[in-house]
Design a protein around this ligand. Structure first.
Ligand SMILES: [Zn+2]
Length: 236
């Protein structure tokens, strides 16, 4: 039991350490973004000097410099809401990628070629962030100027005990069917957590948002253990 607790905590700290450095940078950018959108809602096209707000200038059609401060939801034309239609998201992502695809700009100026690569990578990043409930939730939390907690204080003991037992179940599982069963249960719980997150964001209850995200992190770590064990079984 003690071994598992330590393992869980170590896994959690590792994930958090990496995330906290990323979060800090993202947070800083978001603060800048708020400032930027307040001070300038439109910019000037680098080519024709006309005022415009789009990726592609409405007057001369040239691809604008990347706006790293753009809100990912806005970039993909969604309202900033937790509930996300996955198919719709993928469709808009592909449409947007097609508009800035480097092949389209191979005969254009250096500036447009480099802009096309920059937009392309930003759109990828935005898509990846919005596509998974966990990352989408963390991103929305950052938009509210908040961070994921760095410790377990948001969790209740009962949940932690439950997670330890679940981890033991994975360790003790000896066949694919048992692992599959554990995985199905986890998927259901993750889905239920995503539903809860939606409610908490709607209610603007950020304390509950954080607690739910931390719980999801634990569930995802158990899911990773299941996958690992499934692969071990396949390999043996
Ligand atoms: Zn222009």
């Amino acid at each position: 039991m003690r071994r598992i607790t330590t393992a869980l905590n170590t896994a959690y700290t590792k994930v958090n350490y990496k995330q906290s450095t990323n979060n800090y940078a993202a947070h800083y950018r978001l603060q800048q973004q708020r400032f930027a959108t307040l001070s300038a809602s439109a910019s000037t096209c680098w080519n024709c000097q006309k005022q415009q707000q789009n990726m592609i200038c409405a007057s001369c059609g040239s691809l604008q410099d990347v706006n790293n401060q753009i809100n990912y939801f806005e970039l993909l034309s969604f309202p900033t809401k937790f509930t996300m239609q996955q198919q719709e998201l993928t469709q808009r992502f592909r449409q947007l990628q097609a508009r800035v695809h480097p092949d389209k700009y191979s005969n254009k100026s250096d500036r447009e070629q480099s802009n096309s690569a920059d937009w392309s990578s930003l759109i990828n990043k935005a898509y990846k962030t919005l596509a998974t409930p966990m990352e989408r939730g963390q991103y929305m939390l950052q938009l509210e100027g908040e961070q994921m907690p760095q410790d377990n204080s948001a969790l209740n003991k009962e949940f932690l005990m439950d997670m330890m037992e679940r981890n033991e179940e994975v360790e003790d599982a000896e066949d694919a069917a048992t692992l599959q069963q554990l995985n199905v249960q986890l998927l259901q719980e993750l889905e239920a957590h995503a539903q809860k997150l939606h409610g908490h964001f709607e209610a603007k209850d950020l304390v509950a948002v954080k607690a739910t995200l931390v719980e999801m992190k634990y569930l995802l770590s158990i899911q990773a253990s299941i996958k690992q064990k499934q692969q071990q079984l396949l390999g043996s």
